[in-house]
Design a protein around this ligand. Structure first.
Ligand code: SAM
Length: 178
């Protein structure tokens, strides 16, 4: 089980990027997306809409206390992986992380991440030691974790599905006639 916790969301500035964190979580195989400390209807409605149309059963939560969520995950559930450019190179730790059967909480930040999360994390993992984006960091981390298999996931309950085509757009409806 893999959940993604997005911390530091600023509703005025981050709607689009936080929505993209949620979309990447879903598309790259996470089972849950948690928006910490705030609820933002725009973000959560967009994600709900994608789940309804494109399928999948990712759990959505918002407004939880991020620090408490991390502490409780560690106490009751599994391990916490914080993505940060200051962390250890992903290739040096991903084997150990993949080998552990314990549920994983992946934490991604926005502007400035409080020291608490560096200290609470079981792993502080860098997707390269250069500043970039929580969207890119999450995508690369999940892709390494699942070794690329996530790109073949068939999402249960989808109403539509793309037929890959060399040119143009082919979308089929999966809804049953009744
Ligand atoms: N400077 C901020 C800090 O670490 O306090 C981070 C700003 S960055 C725009 C937002 C988020 O993207 C970070 O919290 C981290 O989760 C992710 N991120 C950015 N670059 C990363 C990298 N090289 N490796 C892993 N995660 C990264």
């Amino acid at each position: 089980r893999v959940y993604v916790l997005r911390i530091g969301h600023r509703p005025q500035r981050d709607k689009r990027i936080t929505t993209h964190v949620g979309l990447v979580a879903r598309a790259f195989g996470a089972n849950g997306f948690v928006l910490g400390d705030v609820c933002d209807d725009h973000v959560m409605d967009s994600l709900r809409g994608v789940l309804e149309r494109w399928g999948g059963s990712m759990e959505l939560l918002c407004g939880v206390n991020s620090r408490r969520y991390v502490s409780e995950w560690k106490r009751n559930c599994g391990e916490v992986i914080h993505l940060t450019m200051y962390g250890l190179h992903v290739d040096d730790v991903i084997g150990e992380i993949r080998a552990s059967p314990r549920p994983k909480l992946i934490v991604v930040g926005a502007e400035k991440v409080p020291p608490f999360f560096y200290e609470a994390a079981d792993y502080n993992v860098a997707i390269g030691n250069q500043p970039h984006s929580e969207v890119a960091a999450l995508a690369v981390f999940l892709d390494r974790l699942y070794e690329g298999r996530e790109l073949r996931i068939e999402f249960p309950g989808a109403r539509v599905k793309i037929l890959p085509s060399p040119r143009g757009k082919k979308v089929v409806s999966l809804e049953e006639d009744n």
